[in-house]
Design a protein around this ligand. Structure first.
Ligand SMILES: *Cc1c(COP(=O)(O)O)cnc(C)c1O
Length: 379
């Protein structure tokens, strides 16, 4: 998404920080993914951005949803989304939340441990469970392994365990890591998934679902594989490794790639200073107010209103709170003449930004405006 005249004008008139959302872009992203993965069902990972207009547009396009909590389930139910279109994808759930999800009609549950299988069996007897393989998150900017998923042999025994506990062992899931730069990661993971499919088939259990997780990248500062390229690899890999399994239900859970390029975070320089030889820029947003992912050095493109990168200097940029962790980037190149009150845009920040924002230090999270709301506001 690009900074346009509307956003420029708003940045001058409206109190910063705020996030602008282009809901049309979300629609385009959904349709493009649908076109690139024709027989794949899309379950939007709500955690990337749960803004109500995003959920509504995806609902209207026929999307399904990957949910992680009762809060997300209730939000979708209140928008009239059928529980049949939700999957409880968090492998770490409270028992009462499993019971609630089952009671309202959710059928799919993610597991990656024996105990979680037992919890699901107690509270959602007979439901469909899928187990998560751990894939290496190398080549991605935001790892989702380690805490989640397990090795192939363990996944096989977890699905057998589910079978013994009266659940329906339904499928295999994985996540290649969020913002993955390597399209072959999907191939690797589908090959690994096929080992589980084949082994269970030998035990007389026919799995029905392959869950491709998320991981599709958004354009920031490095080149990325396109959705079309990833779609092709996925398609080829399924043909090659899972051809034995007819009528396979394939789903994907995009978060970042649905909303990342549908947002721009608008902020302002509130202080410029020097400590020893280091030059510092302080903004009215930081790690606790939308730029959480920068703690793992996630790189956003930064534009400064009216300034260009012809002549640059090295700065450390930080947020406004009283915590050193609230340092966005150390030693990055910014326009040398960046100054007090300059407007700073963080490009393609629709995913995992405001969703993480807290009230730390009594500072409000950034306001969120859709393009339409912005038009109204500056009329
Ligand atoms: C976060 C998450 C996703 C979304 O991942 P992206 O990289 O944002 O597309 C998908 N599935 C699960 C289970 C997740 O936890």
């Amino acid at each position: 998404m690009e900074v346009n005249d509307l956003i420029r004008e708003a940045a001058k008139k409206i109190e910063t920080p705020f996030l602008v959302l282009d809901i049309e872009q979300v629609k385009k992203n959904y349709l493009r993914l649908k076109e690139s993965m024709k027989n794949v069902e899309i379950f939007y990972a709500v955690k990337a951005n749960s803004h109500i207009e995003i959920l509504k547009v995806l609902r209207d396009l026929g999307s399904s949803f990957d949910v992680a909590s009762v809060g997300e389930i209730n939000k979708l139910l209140s928008l009239g989304v059928s529980p049949k279109k939700m999957s409880f994808g968090n492998p770490i759930k409270k028992e009462k939340d499993i019971a609630y999800a089952w009671e309202v009609g959710i059928e799919y549950f993610s597991v990656d441990s024996e105990m979680e299988v037992e919890k699901v069996a107690r509270n959602a007897p007979g439901s469909k469970v899928y187990a998560r393989i751990a894939t290496s998150s190398s080549d991605s900017d935001w790892p989702l392994s380690g805490k989640f998923g397990t090795d192939i042999d363990h996944v096989i025994s977890i699905l057998n365990w589910a079978n013994r506990h009266g659940l329906k062992p339904f499928g295999v899931s994985f996540h290649v890591g969020s913002q993955s730069y390597n399209k072959y990661k999907w191939q690797e993971a589908i090959l690994e998934s096929s080992v589980v499919f084949n082994k269970l088939l030998k035990n007389g259990i026919e799995l029905k679902m392959l869950n491709l997780g998320g991981g599709i990248p958004v354009q920031h500062t490095k080149p990325i594989p396109t959705v079309e390229e990833i779609g092709e690899i996925v398609d080829d890999s399924i043909q090659e490794y899972l051809w034995k399994h007819k009528n396979l239900m394939v789903i994907t859970e995009p978060g970042r790639s649905m909303v990342g390029d549908a947002g721009i975070l608008v902020s302002k320089v509130i202080l410029k200073s020097r400590k020893g030889s280091k030059k510092w820029i302080y903004l009215d947003v930081g790690v606790f107010h939308g730029l959480m992912e920068t703690i793992e050095n996630f790189q956003y493109e930064i534009q400064i209103e009216g300034k260009n990168y012809d002549k640059t200097d090295v700065f450390t940029i930080a947020g406004p709170t009283c915590d050193s962790v609230d340092t966005i980037y150390e030693d990055i190149l910014l326009p040398a003449n960046i100054d007090y009150n300059d407007i700073v845009y963080f490009i393609n920040t629709g995913a995992y930004t405001v969703e993480y924002a807290a009230h730390f230090n009594g500072i409000e999270p950034p306001k969120v405006y859709t393009i339409d709301e912005l038009k109204e506001l500056i009329r």
